[in-house]
Design a binder for this molecule. Structure first.
Ligand code: XIL
Length: 365
């Protein structure tokens, strides 16, 4: 069970019942969510059910984030113990926690090529795939209908390097149902919750490496297809796990955002963090370099009128997923420092930079 807590910004009733701020307590405008809100931007990120048992984590999430994204709890692996059953225990608890505390919730993700339940490959075949897919999407999306800001309906379907057909990744759903599975997934989600913003979410779209450029082009083509087919897709989620595979060029990135926005899509920066594996071991130097990536990236992203939601994949280095992925591991074995708070919940330079990027962003309409 997640214990519910008093909000971090504790107030006490003072003279004539007026709330007085307790000394040492953060003012809302000094938090990431508060500073973002002043510019019409929603800040938040991935949150894990298990970590909410940690009081400090819970307090930091409540203080800093306005939008919560269940990190794993809504994936097939978590929701589907068997082909005919659903287990919503953790997802429900996390979503209840978000609602009780007035947070927006983003659903992640309805289709992906990772984190399938173990039974998937032995049970799903071309004859039943369409039924299994639509039953899952309708059941899950309907359960939280009216409560979700948005849903990642299709995650990471573009692939220009490894196994792909015309830049589309060869995934189980693609193999079983063909390219049209995406249209089916979006239509099913839209019917189940007409209010939710439906998102195509993908990674490696941010840098000026060749493979990012190829992926950007393919994503734009995919978004054009959705538009011409009338597929109900409303937003592009740009994950923004910033790796050292290229440099970030604001002009190139802005140009991409312009293309996407010109097609009528809104844009969510959906999973930002920094892979610091090539940065020095020295903490001060490393944190300054991570902060610099934050500064360049967020200044460009937040300047764009179509970017109104800004999310990091976690909040504290204590729980970053990057410590569990081989591609992010440092040769010196030190842990990754790619998020705004360190593993003791101290604000890092990246935090201050993000706060400032919100403060200086143009006002969103
Ligand atoms: C990651 C989670 O953070 C990990 O806990 C899990 O083990 C693997 O998945 N892109 C996505 C997210 O769309 O779902 C991934 O989340 C990170 C990369």
């Amino acid at each position: 069970m997640i214990q519910s807590d008093a909000p971090a910004n504790l107030t006490r009733r003072g003279f004539l019942g007026m709330p007085i701020l307790l000394s040492g307590v953060t003012r809302p405008s000094d938090t990431l969510q508060g500073r973002a809100a002043l510019r019409g931007i929603t800040y938040g990120g991935a949150v894990a059910y298990a970590h909410l048992q940690d009081r400090d984590y819970r307090a930091a999430v409540l203080r800093e984030m306005k939008m919560l994204v269940p990190e794993n709890e809504l994936k097939w692996e978590s929701l589907r113990p068997s082909p005919t059953t659903y287990d919503f225990t953790k997802a429900d608890a996390l979503i209840r926690f978000a609602r009780v505390h007035g947070k927006h919730i983003r659903g992640h993700c309805l289709t992906w090529h990772h984190q399938f339940p173990r039974w998937y490959t032995s049970v799903v075949h071309a004859g039943n795939a369409s039924h299994i897919l639509t039953d899952h999407i309708a059941t899950v999306v309907r359960r939280y209908a009216g409560q979700m800001h948005s849903w990642d309906v299709v995650n990471e379907q573009v692939e220009t390097w490894e196994a792909n057909v015309d830049g589309i990744r060869v995934t189980p759903w693609l193999t079983l149902l063909g390219y049209g599975y995406m249209d089916l997934a979006f239509r099913t989600a839209h019917a189940a919750d007409p209010q939710a913003l439906l998102v195509y979410n993908d990674y490696a779209l941010e840098l000026n490496a060749d493979w990012h450029a190829a992926r950007r082009q393919r994503v734009v083509r995919l978004l054009q297809d959705f538009k011409s087919q009338g597929t109900p897709v409303h937003a592009l989620g740009i994950q923004s796990h910033l790796t050292p595979d290229g440099v970030f060029d604001p002009a190139i990135f802005t140009n991409f955002l312009n293309h996407v926005a010109a097609l009528g899509y809104t844009i969510i920066i959906s999973e930002m963090d920094v892979v610091d594996k090539t940065f020095p071991a020295d903490i001060a130097r490393r944190d300054a370099m991570v902060a610099d990536v934050y500064r360049r990236f967020w200044t460009a992203a937040l300047a764009h009128p179509a970017v109104k939601v800004a999310l990091t994949w976690g909040l504290t280095d204590k729980y970053t997923w990057l410590n569990t992925v081989r591609m992010a591991h440092r040769a010196d074995g030190l842990s990754v420092r790619g998020l705004p708070l360190d593993d003791q919940y101290h604000k890092k330079p990246a935090y201050e930079v993000l706060l400032n990027a919100f403060a200086t962003a143009p006002m969103k309409k």
